[in-house]
Design a protein around this ligand. Structure first.
Ligand SMILES: NC(=O)c1ccc[n+]([C@@H]2O[C@H](COP(=O)([O-])OP(=O)(O)OC[C@H]3O[C@@H](n4cnc5c(N)ncnc54)[C@H](O)[C@@H]3O)[C@@H](O)[C@H]2O)c1
Ligand SMILES: O=C(O)C[C@H](O)C(=O)O
Length: 308
């Protein structure tokens, strides 16, 4: 399978590394900066004999090299700095995603598309309309990363194995995302029976702030190790038709009372993309939070006047 990663920065390059190391396909790493994707791709290939993988990665500045890609991952765009929200990136990143979407439409309009660039829910909508991708074949990164953070915080608090902790985070990938403690478990045991309510609320707040916490440390950019791991999980579920149940930013047509926008919901990801949106039995408070978060995404999307 040919997979293209657009943007050879921190997220794009670490994603390419994770994908080739897992032999998930042959990659094109594309960027507008001359030499950057070529140098990173060659460096990765020189690790193949040492690390032991057979997938290949080539770097390119030519959008024609996107042709034939079955999956395209859009990571091109600027990252936030301390004090900024993801929405503050809207104007500049919408321009970048729109130009990349034009190139995808010209050279690989049939590709499945995974959008990463922030604000991701809004820019997934923009890319879907500009490329014309069928809505079940385009989705964005958010919930897997946010749930990964929540799972890590729970595992650390309880001193238990990460592998035993499951959690779900829905809504827009922004400050009002919706971590769901009622659906968080340690090997099937609800965290509500293992931790006091105040502690859970602290972990929820830290999850919502998880991206900003990393930005405060790094000062000139945002997270990429956990994001690239989350992207690789999405790609693997598609390539290997695993049908994992994962929260992704997906097109809503009435689920949870949300219509005509992208927002993070639990989905089954398989070879044909978003195969099904799973409707959890949310209580009234959880549903209200999800709808508030989706209303925020809808309002931000409206600023772009995308239509579609
Ligand atoms: N959705 C998520 O969960 C999530 C997680 C992490 C990062 N992000 C977002 O991903 C984006 C990238 O983050 P990063 O840390 O990799 O940034 P980065 O600055 O390291 O890399 C961005 C790359 O995009 C390239 N680029 C810019 N315009 C381009 C174009 N028109 N065509 C091709 N390449 C282009 C740049 O040259 C640069 O190499 C940011 O918007 C960030 O907010 C989202
Ligand atoms: O926080 C950011 O700006 C990047 C990304 O969305 C994240 O959650 O790490």
């Amino acid at each position: 399978m040919k997979i293209a990663v657009i943007g050879a920065g921190f997220v794009g390059a670490t994603t390419a590394q994770r994908l080739v190391e897992r032999n998930l396909g042959d990659l094109v790493l594309y960027d507008i900066v001359e030499g950057l994707p070529q140098g990173k791709a060659l460096d990765m290939m020189e690790s193949a004999p040492i690390w032991g993988f057979e997938s290949r990665v080539v770097g390119s500045n030519d959008p024609k090299d996107l042709s034939g890609s079955e999956i395209i991952i859009i990571t091109s765009g600027i990252a936030r700095q301390p004090g900024m929200s993801r929405d503050d990136l809207l104007e500049r990143n919408a321009g970048i995603v729109a130009s990349v979407a034009d190139q995808i439409r010209q050279h690989a309009s049939q590709a499945m598309v995974i959008v990463v660039t922030n604000p991701v829910d809004v820019l997934t909508h923009l890319a879907a309309v500009k490329i014309g991708t069928r809505k079940e074949r385009i989705f964005g990164l958010g919930g897997i990363l946010d749930a990964g953070r929540f799972r890590h915080f729970i595992a650390s608090e309880l001193g238990v194995a990460h592998a035993d902790v499951d959690a779900m985070v829905l809504g827009g990938h922004g400050d009002d995302m919706v971590p769901l403690p009622r659906f968080a478990t340690v090997n099937g045991v609800s965290i509500e029976t293992l931790l006091p309510a105040e502690t859970i609320q602290k972990l929820v707040a830290r999850t919502r702030e998880g991206g900003a916490e990393i930005v405060r440390y790094l000062k000139k950019g945002s997270a990429y190790y956990a994001p690239s791991a989350a992207i690789a999980q999405m790609v693997e579920s598609v390539v290997r038709d695993q049908k994992r149940l994962l929260p992704c930013s997906v097109w809503c047509s009435g689920q949870y009372g949300i219509t005509g926008q992208f927002v993070g919901l639990p989905v089954i990801l398989g070879r044909s993309g978003v195969e099904r949106i799973v409707e959890l039995p949310l209580n009234a408070a959880e549903l209200k939070e999800l709808q508030r978060s989706s209303a925020h995404v809808a309002a931000t999307t409206a600023k772009l006047q995308i239509g579609g």
